[in-house]
Design a protein around this ligand. Structure first.
Ligand SMILES: [Zn+2]
Length: 343
């Protein structure tokens, strides 16, 4: 197929007009939070999860009321966990991430879109560059580095990939909000993470909600889903295997690690509710994550390797996506109510 464009570019989207028009930021009247309301949300999440979709139920546990201090997680230990082998989840989507954080490479007729860049230069070299080569892909063909949100586990390797793929002059893509956050007041800093990518205002792209990245034959619709960071991007795109294709989304930020911030949780809830509506209207059947534990990346890749002709385990259907986003939204509501009840 002939690429329509010679370099990745953004166009304003009409694709999400319906879903965007229906967006209500915050309900006008909120019932008072009580132990019972917390439990009702946990119950709703548990029902939505059923037996099939328990992966996100951990979000219903009480979130910390304070932002985790730098150094409170064992970052080095998480990074040191042995990485799974790289592998194709779909014909056009390859996993090149680690055991803790994901990196996905989306193939287009005009090079690769890398979705997230892992923690460090070493991970970029070993997992992204090494993984792409092992999958028969050329790391120098990366033309877009999409950073789902401005935390170091997703941008740490970005500048390294920019060097590796210098011949393709890759653009780093972040939301305007998260570019600003990383440039002015980084939410999380850790000496293990390199500095955030420095924005090249002549090349790098700043995303607003609904923008569409066009690269070759591929369109990636950028849905801004504020919460985990205020400018988290959840990209929507098509995945293909053989003659079949499906709509997929990467939920761009998951945990409630910002402390007792009710407005932020309200934004998260609105974003999860909205994405659920987009999943319905756009018939999204694949819900991916940027942390492999959330979407069972490792076991699903292993299942695909063991039995390539079986139904693709990443395809959970629109009902599965809607139910999982319901788990996420209801757990957010449970934690919102817990925070509201605090003196
Ligand atoms: Zn994060």
């Amino acid at each position: 197929m002939t690429p329509q464009f010679h370099s990745p570019r953004l166009v304003r989207s009409a694709v999400l007009a319906i879903a965007t028009a229906g967006l209500l930021p915050v309900p006008a009247v909120l019932a008072a939070a009580t132990e019972a309301s917390v439990q009702a949300h946990v119950d709703a999440a548990t029902r939505a999860a059923g037996k099939e979709y328990p992966e996100y139920l951990g979000l219903c546990k009480p979130a910390s009321a304070t932002r985790p201090a730098a150094g409170s997680i064992d970052l080095a230990g998480l990074i040191a966990r042995p990485a799974p082998p790289p592998g194709a989840a779909f014909d056009n989507l390859v996993y090149v991430g680690g055991a803790w954080v994901s990196a996905w490479a989306l193939k287009t007729s005009d090079g690769l879109v890398l979705i997230d860049a892992l923690n460090t230069v070493d991970e970029a070299d070993r997992l992204i560059v090494g993984g792409l080569k092992a999958q028969g892909l050329d790391p120098a063909s990366i033309k877009t580095i999409l950073v789902t949100h401005g935390h170091g586990d997703h941008y740490g390797g970005a500048d390294r990939i920019r060097e590796v793929a210098a011949a393709s002059k890759p653009r780093v893509v972040m939301s305007e909000i998260d570019w600003t956050m990383t440039e002015t007041q980084l939410e999380f800093a850790n000496p293990i993470w390199p500095a955030p990518p420095r924005r090249d205002r002549t090349r790098d792209l700043s995303i607003q909600d609904g923008d569409v990245l066009r690269q070759g034959d591929t369109m990636v619709t950028m849905v801004v889903t504020p919460g985990h960071t205020l400018g988290t991007i959840s990209p929507v795109f098509e995945v293909r295997s053989g003659a079949r294709s499906w709509r997929a989304v990467v939920w761009g930020g998951t945990s409630f690690n910002f402390g007792r911030d009710l407005r932020r949780l309200d934004a998260y809830i609105a974003a999860a509710d909205r994405m659920r509506e987009i999943a319905r209207t756009e018939k999204i059947e694949v819900l991916l994550s940027n942390h492999p534990a959330n979407d069972l990346t490792v076991s699903r890749l292993a299942a695909l390797r063991a039995n390539p002709s079986a139904p693709n385990p990443f395809v959970i259907g629109t009902e599965g996506v809607v139910r999982t986003l319901t788990v996420i939204a209801e757990c957010a509501r449970a934690n919102r109510d817990r925070f509201e009840m605090m003196p």
